[in-house]
Design a protein around this ligand. Structure first.
Ligand code: SF4
Length: 680
């Protein structure tokens, strides 16, 4: 039989590159780049090239599993679904619907996320639904909605190539979003100035014209010092501010607290460099800011993003073709999961659950009463396990590795009266479940993903799920019907039509249109071509708002007992909790084992050689990992990727929360490091 070549979308990062899967005799055997794709245009990173590898892995789940003591027993779907519905119903009857929590997934499609939040909201009359955006870009949503009215990337990825200055802060795009890094290189080739702000040395900082190696957690002092200098030099865009902004006086007043001298001292860099980058950013016509989790994963994450918005709006660098603010989304569909209302305070399209008009709209459409009380977040649902939350339904999320202070998370996962986990492998989280639903990966289903530039894209089914595993869409419909809801959807396209009817920004999206092209929201009607960049003549909220970004230092700083800064993050060969990439022989050949970066001077003091074992300890726990000696980290700093189950970096991280977005402070905590003796 001739092989088939089927176009679909990469399952890894939020760039959303186009893939072509080669299928032979019903098996996905290779991945190729899609030359016609509007974002990736024939390129893929190393993860994209190996996207087919985990699909056929022997560890794939093939049947529903029921816990029997310490082991699992295979059961048929016609036992598993009624049992799940009964247990959830009994829990809700005994403790109330607010005792149920649901974690939806940035790896699942828009339609699956829509059905998941609808199921939790309708069946249990609770808004306790959230997903891992809480752990990466919750501050983006909170801050950008407040300042601009829309919590999404303002421009398109391809717009970057036309920018004259690109200011990259808290993003290692070269490893976590390599295809977007390609656009940065293109801009640099055309003469753009690349400025990188990062306490670490990375491929981004090495390719930047200027690298500001600031102290960890001092982004606000830097951004405020830059803004103070821009105003003092009269480089702010007065016409833009007068016509389109509010709150300038308050911001200007506040910035008197941040003269460049004080900012430089706080950041540990030279005053002149702050003045220089402020002038470069402000003076050119089209400047773009890229940021990622180096900005958001702090206890002051929302204030960090507000400071970025302030800087961009101060210079009028929003609402034009090649300027803008680029939050780079981590997972493939984290934008879509947020858009679809897998959040505790909003329905699809960011419509507030507390607004009575919106509540009525959804009650009328779904034919049932709904709660107007905002629900709990990921960290609250896990933290209240066995107390306020008695049962949980987790779809394709892995909090056992992804959440901070994982020792505490593991205790919580044991504490649920009933836990259902739906996933493609028996993940570290699924091992705690009472009932496991085997589901399908990106290549085994149809639906849509929305990439980081707001682009809805069609995912095409290329192969069948293994054994008796089912598509998440089908599992949600079966469970919804078993819970007494009318989830008689024939296909994901029908779900998309329902989404379009309820969320105005997606009103013009349909599978028919997506067959021909991706569409960027807002796309309010079927004639609308989609929106390449936002806030052109008017901000989504009307006028843009300057908000004072109060600086709070990291909650834990090095001291006598824990003298190092520890930071965690991603690296190029692996992705998130490693569930998929660590089952790729190709990617494992690149990086097989956990490691932590340590500066040569620190290594010498500890008498540690490259590759030797070190023990990293924080107030939450310890891990033993391999030392990678490198000047990429400054003296006194350690960096550990979080993808490795055998050395869980998140066992060490600080669960202290940003009060507004409730993101934990993954990026900075205090640690001790010792050489691990050979005998342990
Ligand atoms: Fe996939 Fe992201 Fe790599 Fe593109 S850049 S191939 S979307 S992992």
């Amino acid at each position: 039989m001739n092989p088939e070549f089927i176009k679909t979308i990469c399952p890894y990062c939020g760039t959303g590159c186009g893939l072509i899967i080669k299928v032979e005799d019903g098996v996905a055997v290779a991945t190729y780049p899609d030359r016609e794709h509007p974002v990736s245009r024939g390129s893929l990173c190393i993860k994209g090239w190996s996207a087919h590898e985990f699909i056929n892995h022997p560890d794939r789940l093939t049947d529903p599993l029921l816990r029997k003591g310490d082991t699992f027993q295979k059961i048929p779907w016609d036992e598993a679904i009624p049992m799940a519905a009964l247990k959830l119903r009994e829990t809700a009857a005994k403790y109330g619907g607010d005792a149920i929590g649901g974690l939806s997934s940035a790896k699942c499609t828009n339609e699956e996320n829509y059905l998941f939040q609808k199921l939790i909201r309708m069946a249990f009359k609770t808004n306790n639904v959230d997903h891992c955006a809480r752990l990466c870009h919750a501050p983006t949503t909170v801050a950008m909605v407040q300042a601009l009215g829309s919590g999404a990337m303002t421009n398109s990825i391809s717009d970057l190539a036309g920018a004259e200055c690109i200011f990259v802060i808290g993003s290692n795009a070269a490893e976590s979003h390599p295809i977007i890094m390609g656009e940065i290189y293109k801009a640099a080739d055309k003469g753009a100035t690349i400025i990188a702000v990062d306490p670490r040395e990375t491929a981004v900082t090495r390719n930047a014209k200027i690298h500001l190696r600031i102290n960890p957690g001092t982004d606000i002092p830097l951004l405020c010092g830059m803004m103070r200098h821009i105003i003092d030099e009269g480089l702010h865009n007065e016409n833009f501010i007068r016509a389109r902004m509010e709150g300038f006086e308050d911001l200007n007043e506040f910035l008197h607290l941040w003269p460049v001298k004080r900012a430089a001292e706080e950041c540990g860099i030279n005053e002149e460099i702050i003045r220089n980058v402020a002038e470069i950013y402000a003076k050119v016509k089209e400047s773009a800011i890229i940021y990622c989790m180096g900005i958001t994963q702090h206890a002051c994450g929302t204030a960090n993003v507000l400071a970025i918005c302030d800087l961009a709006m101060l210079c009028g660098h929003v609402g034009t073709e090649h300027s803008g603010i680029y939050p780079l989304r981590g997972q493939n569909n984290v934008q879509g999961a947020c858009d679809m209302g897998a959040l505790p305070n909003v329905y699809p399209g960011y419509q507030s659950v507390s607004d009575s008009e919106i509540q009525n709209k959804f009650q009328n459409a779904w034919g049932d009463t709904l709660s107007n009380k905002p629900g709990l977040t990921v960290t609250e649902i896990i933290g209240l396990a066995g107390k306020d939350i008695r049962a949980a339904y987790i779809m394709a999320e892995n909090p056992a590795l992804s959440d901070p202070d994982t020792n505490h998370v593991l205790e919580s996962l044991k504490a649920f009266d009933f836990l259902i986990v739906q996933d493609i492998f028996l993940t570290e989280t699924a091992k705690f479940a009472h009932l496991v639903f085997p589901s399908s990966c990106f290549a085994e289903k149809s639906g849509t993903f929305t990439n980081t530039e707001r682009r809805f894209q069609l995912l095409r089914k290329t192969v069948a799920p293994p054994g008796n595993a089912k598509e998440d869409f089908e599992i949600l419909c079966l469970l919804g019907n078993a819970l007494g809801l009318d989830f008689s959807y024939k296909n994901p396209s029908e779900v998309m039509d329902e989404i379009a009817s309820l969320a105005p920004a997606y009103g013009g999206i349909s599978f028919d249109r997506l067959e021909r092209e991706g569409l960027q929201w807002p796309c309010p009607d079927l004639e609308h071509p989609g929106t390449r960049y936002l806030h052109k003549d008017r901000f989504t909220r009307g006028k843009g708002l300057f908000v004072v970004p109060e600086h709070t230092p990291p909650k834990e700083l090095p001291d006598e007992d824990y003298p190092y800064y520890l930071s965690t993050g991603r690296m190029f060969a692996h992705y998130h909790t490693g569930t998929m990439t660590r089952r790729s022989s190709f990617l494992n050949r690149e990086v097989e084992e956990a490691y932590a970066e340590i500066n040569p001077e620190d290594a010498a003091l500890l008498d540690v050689k490259d590759g030797e074992k070190i023990k990293i300890t924080t107030r939450r726990g310890s891990i033993i990992t391999n030392a990678r000696i490198t000047k990429r980290v400054s003296k006194g700093c350690i960096f550990a990727p979080f993808h490795f189950a055998e050395a869980r970096a998140n066992m060490l991280t600080n669960p202290a929360l940003d009060p507004r977005s409730k993101i934990p402070e993954f990026k900075v905590c205090a640690a001790d490091v010792r050489k691990e003796s050979q005998d342990g």
